[in-house]
Write a new protein. Structure first.
Length: 303
């Protein structure tokens, strides 16, 4: 009992001190599928020794816009078998995973329609792993809430288990303005993923920074091919494109904003691996696959 109380006190201090999640005066809920007696039962979840079993149930116990935090314990694992198994539909809630490496909370999306749907504003998801568990899985995460932050997460596709898009920003115009995707890793080790980050709608103020994207992207690692985004920022990312003749970053010509300090490795010989649209570009490097040079400072495909 003393150990459990000490652990609970330590985790409360962790949150209140702001080491993760910025501190809160709201409620803190714990989720741990590996704990003995973990249960989605009202009245539990306030102590890591009596946690909830699923993140969506914890979200239902939270109160919107009061700074509530959901803590996912190291080793927590869930299979998301439906399109609504986890919906972030309450505003202002943080979901923070504890643990490092493979001990980070892991979500396996096991059905074609499985999707983590973000529909409320001002939410955060941090330090989790999302992996496809079925062939031709459509979208891993859909962001449709303003001011959403996705931080330090990993998205993984494996052979025969891939998503068409890993993260889609926007279902309709301007429903995910000022979204931040930060320090995330995207891996597609098999053919079948069109893009890691897809920007299909009109949006303002989206930031993609410090991310690592490696895979066989059918179109591009970061893709905006149909709608105009404004004040788009793409900075300090590494993109490796293993699909022949495809770009690493492809932005619609009318999009505006800034792109800088990106490194793109493509299989396109003799041209840049970036099409920046109308973004202002500074210090973007791309490997042109030529034998006489390792990289070129050229942000524009075909330049």
């Amino acid at each position: 009992m003393g150990i459990s109380n000490s652990r609970a006190a330590s985790n409360r201090r962790l949150i209140l001190a702001g080491i993760r999640g910025g501190g809160t005066t709201g409620d803190v809920f714990y989720v741990d599928s590996g704990a003995t007696g973990a249960s989605d039962t009202a009245g539990r979840g306030k102590n890591p020794s009596i946690p909830f079993a699923t993140v969506d149930f914890a979200k239902e116990q939270a109160t919107a816009d009061q700074g509530d935090v959901i803590i996912l314990m190291p080793g927590h694992a869930e299979t998301l078998a439906t399109a609504t198994a986890w919906d972030m539909d309450k505003a202002g809630i943080d979901v923070i995973g504890l643990g490092r490496g493979s001990l980070r909370p892991t979500f396996t999306l096991s059905a074609t329609a499985s999707n983590v749907g973000i529909t409320a504003a001002n939410c955060l998801i941090e330090n989790c792993i999302f992996t496809s568990g079925t062939a031709d899985h459509t979208i891993t995460m859909t962001i449709a809430g303003d001011e959403f932050t996705l931080r330090d997460c990993k998205f993984l596709n494996a052979a025969s288990f891939e998503a068409g898009h890993m993260v889609t920003v926007g279902l309709v115009d301007n429903d995910a303005d000022n979204c931040l995707i930060q320090s995330c890793k995207f891996e597609a080790i098999a053919v079948g993923t069109t893009a890691a980050i897809h920007l299909p709608q009109v949006m303002d103020g989206v930031i993609i920074e410090d991310c690592h994207l490696v895979g066989e992207w059918g179109a591009a690692g970061i893709l905006s091919a149909a709608e105009v985004l404004t004040d788009l920022t793409i900075r300090r990312n590494y993109v490796r494109q293993d699909t022949a003749a495809q770009l690493g970053i492809e932005i619609l010509s009318a999009c505006t904003g800034v792109m800088y300090d990106n490194y793109v490795d493509t299989a396109i010989a003799g041209v840049g691996g970036i099409d920046p649209g109308s973004l202002s570009c500074f210090q973007n490097f791309t490997d042109d696959q030529e034998v006489d040079t390792s990289a070129i400072l050229s942000p524009v495909a075909g330049a």
